[in-house]
Design a protein around this ligand. Structure first.
Ligand SMILES: C[S@@+](CC[C@H](N)C(=O)[O-])C[C@H]1O[C@@H](n2cnc3c(N)ncnc32)[C@H](O)[C@@H]1O
Length: 210
């Protein structure tokens, strides 16, 4: 599996720089129907919700109204946009700069833990998944919307060929094996859907029972 070519500091700097453009670039996955997938998956969130690597807060509008929401991300500039969106949507949201790979929350603190489109960027995705499981209540849910290596061999090989260059340029490892990472973190998948030639995954996951 390719390693992220950027350090954590470089990733933070990179997203601080591109925060302004992020939602404009997001129009590309939107054309592939990402908003509908976000909506269908994240309306399943309930109670006390933590979203890790939340970026500019693109999932905020999809959570049920009675959720209590906390967003964390490494990039201050991305979170600033998330905070403006929360204000516009009249949502009360707790927003904190924090590393998804070492969360500053106690065990079993949240009913739902969410991550979208970030396992490709994280330097230690399995460690981040373990952290998500640690802070999720045993009867809670982890909801993931991720992109990775296609299930279609031709497309997957095309991704592999360009993966190194893409990772160096964008800090995005687009050929990661998403189901493999979830397996490595020892998490149990409750439901799994794939979209766009198996590139996108919508996963509902059960944290390990203590
Ligand atoms: C591709 S963006 C996804 C943003 C958002 N989740 C979405 O669906 O639009 C990746 C985000 O991961 C954040 N990130 C990368 N590494 C992180 C880490 N170790 N801890 C927290 N956030 C991180 C980046 O700052 C960026 O906001």
């Amino acid at each position: 599996m390719p390693l992220n070519k950027l350090s954590k500091e470089e990733i933070t700097e990179n997203y601080n720089k591109k925060a302004f453009w992020y939602d404009i670039l997001e129009k590309i996955p939107e054309l592939l129907g990402i908003n509908r997938i976000r909506k269908n998956l994240f309306r399943k969130a309930s109670g006390n919700v933590l979203e890790v690597a939340a970026g500019t807060g693109n999932n905020l509008r999809h959570y049920p109204e009675d959720c209590k929401i906390t967003l964390i991300d490494l990039s201050r500039a991305m979170l600033k946009i998330a905070s403006q969106k929360a204000r516009r949507q009249r949502l009360e949201v707790s927003i904190q700069e924090m590393d998804a790979e070492s969360l500053e929350f106690p065990d079993d603190a949240f009913d739902t833990v969410v991550d979208s489109l970030s396992l490709c960027t994280l330097t230690q995705p399995v460690q981040a998944l373990r952290e998500m499981a640690r802070v999720c209540k045993p009867n809670g849910r982890i909801l993931l919307l991720e992109h990775g290596r296609s299930s279609k061999e031709g497309l997957a090989r095309w991704q592999d060929k360009r993966a190194e260059k893409h990772a160096k340029r964008f800090g995005c490892n687009w050929n990661r094996n998403i189901l493999g990472l979830v397996g490595e973190a020892n998490l149990e998948i409750v439901s799994s859907k794939q979209y766009c030639f198996g590139v996108f995954h919508a996963l509902e996951i059960k944290p390990p029972q203590n």
